[in-house]
Design a protein around this ligand. Sequence first.
Ligand SMILES: *Cc1c(COP(=O)(O)O)cnc(C)c1O
Length: 498
Amino acid sequence: MKYSSTRGKAENCDSAEAIIKGLAADGGLFVPEEFPQVSLQDVEAMVPLSYEERAVKILSLFLTDYTEEELAGCVSRAYGSGKFDTKRRAPVNSMGDFHVLELWHGPTSAFKDMALQLLPQLLSTALPKCGVKEQVLILVATSGDTGKAALEGFADVDQTKIMVFYPQDGVSRIQQLQMLTQQGSNVRVVAVRGNFDDAQSGVKSIFGDKDFAKELFDEGVRLSSANSINWGRLVPQIVYYFSAYADLLAAGTIKTGEKIDFTVPTGNFGDILAAYYAKRMGLPVHKLVCASNANNVLTEFLRTGIYDRKREFFKTITPSMDILISSNLERLLYHVTESAEKVAGWMNDLSETGSYEVDKETLNTIKQLFWADWASDTSTKAEIDAVYRKHNYVMDTHTAVAAKVADKYAEAHADDECPMVIVSTASPYKFNGSVLEALGADIEGMDEFQLLDKLHELSGQDIPKGLAKLRKAEVLHNGSCEAREMKHTVMEFASDNR
Ligand SMILES: *Cc1c(COP(=O)(O)O)cnc(C)c1O
């Protein structure tokens, strides 16, 4: 399987190379040249398989330049060995006709683990394939969750190092502790004395500095990023849609071939795009419902065909969806139009004017498959409370946005009888303050650990290991720097070969 750029002006390559490069040379995103097909028999055959075995089946269709043994090794290092707190890795939790696909049983309690556990393994396996001798240094600027998930994924992975910059006063105490206690011989965490934008601009300017890249190269190091447009982050996400279908078959909820709907809480459009891939590969999916928060640029786009980032930015109780540019949408546009020229034009409009509008035909194709709506913070909290009362099940805020929008979809489509699966992207413990407020608990003056205990009292669910152990974990990183010193800090870490 070859990969091409959504903007059509870069050379095609194998998946290993696409994963090492991240972004195509013309600024586009790598896409597979075709959708491999999975028959209903193949899907049925997944029923008795473990999550890891299901993953190898799907991955081997796309990553044809990896051997099956290599993929099995990658998958077992990513999802095996006690990193997940459930044997089923991505279980479907069904309460009557309320089905929740839980993607937060990994080490950092959020769905980013599903991809960031596997990407480092795919990358490390790709390096010798492509004759890369240098060490790869992953740089991340984080406002919280991605940094920790990337650290967990890259810790002690061969031929890689990872350095994470976070704004000193810009992350929660739990998020900070999660990062500062990170173990691994190849990891470094640094507080930037500034805000998230300072940290992010610092990392961007390092990536853009050709002279600096040359200096690093002389030290035997090349830079890379782990962001969500990398093909190696998208492909692991296709697996859990197939896995969810197999689980529903196993439970007798559906019969082979019966269609299901998914509602996905969406930010960068990566998670829901993976569902689109699954559908194109033959998984019986009817509607994909795109759920947004008050930053509802995608709701507008999927309804009108106009993408306009020139709007007010809201800070919500679903911070992982506070996004105005959904980068992975570019891949959908490419697959729908099959025209790199059109996509390049729209992306050019977006960067020059802040908006673009797709043609009627493209919009109609998109609308046949996608439906979109959004939920305010107030209705998201009400949804957490309502679902708790009805099912005795506590959802995180992001999941609740999806649940609320799924309700709206159901109201508008009484004729759709397909089972709806809500995609759940974080453990409620990860956003415990907002969740407890939604449940009407009095949390005045509580610290983060008291909040964990309080939520445990209410929900009865175990506190995730990774969060519980923070109470006693040793702080291993104490570095900090000014934003203007970041380059220097990177060089120090790059040339430290202990
Ligand atoms: C990243 C994230 C999302 C959004 O996923 P995208 O792939 O960016 O659309 C939703 N919820 C949580 C908890 C996340 O961490």
